[in-house]
Design a protein around this ligand. Structure first.
Ligand SMILES: C[S@@+](CC[C@H](N)C(=O)[O-])C[C@H]1O[C@@H](n2cnc3c(N)ncnc32)[C@H](O)[C@@H]1O
Length: 211
């Protein structure tokens, strides 16, 4: 997984990314569909050292299957809807794929500290109880494990295409901190059309019970 780059409070956390932001009226309506394979590759590179990965709000399990196929990871996807779930539980190259039809506010199918990385793509903005889900993600992550949030941000092309309540990088950073993740960063990428946030479950400290 990527190194914990910097502490929250830096410039990215407030969403003022240095990266070029494009006016969304100049982008084609299929922009997000077009960049999806690249986002999968970026996510794969970010989480490549993880053995067990959990994808929250996995949809039809495209990312789950990509990670299992490319990095041979054991990947569990969870989604409220099972529409489009694959029939097979093993990818052609051996990584294990497991898709669970469930609300992610309770990840009771996963024991504490058993997952190396949690990812959620294009889904956090849809969740009615995002903080509860982030707390569950923290519970199942092992110490040092990474959470990666990839979503449509406020004031992006998504606002023009759909009518959902998108979040700003600073709001996601605050939520991650409230769920007690460390080394939180949250910024815009892909011409300002994607929110990319991450944090880590802190390592246990000597003499301290870290719940
Ligand atoms: C826009 S889709 C994204 C799907 C997929 N991650 C992708 O990249 O294509 C958002 C998904 O989040 C799921 N979702 C929303 N709230 C959820 C919750 N509380 N628990 C589990 N899944 C949820 C929806 O059912 C939907 O499949």
């Amino acid at each position: 997984m990527g190194e914990p780059a910097r502490w929250a409070g830096d410039i990215e956390r407030r969403g003022t990314s240095q990266e070029h932001t494009m006016n969304s009226t100049m982008l084609p309506d299929d922009f997000y569909e077009k960049i999806k394979p690249r986002l999968h590759r970026r996510i794969g590179r970010e989480l490549r050292v993880a053995r067990r990965v959990l994808d929250i709000g996995c949809g039809s399990c495209d990312l789950v299957q990509y990670l299992a196929r490319t990095y041979h990871q054991d990947v569990t996807g969870v989604d409220m809807s099972s529409k489009g779930f694959p029939k097979r539980s093993r990818s052609s190259t051996g990584g294990r794929v497991h898709c669970i039809n469930k609300d992610a506010t309770r990840l009771d199918f996963t024991r504490d500290e058993t997952v190396d990385a949690v990812v959620t793509m294009w889904a956090l903005h849809e969740m009615s109880h995002p903080l509860a889900i982030l707390r569950e993600a923290r519970r199942v992550l092992r110490a040092g494990g990474e959470i990666l949030i990839v979503d449509f941000p406020r004031d992006s092309l998504a606002d023009r295409l759909w009518t959902e309540d998108y979040l700003r990088p600073g709001q996601v950073a605050e939520m991650l901190e409230e769920a007690r993740f460390s080394h939180v960063t949250s910024r815009l990428t892909e011409r300002g059309q994607i929110l990319w946030a991450k944090g880590y479950r802190p390592e246990a400290q000597m003499g301290r019970v870290d719940g």
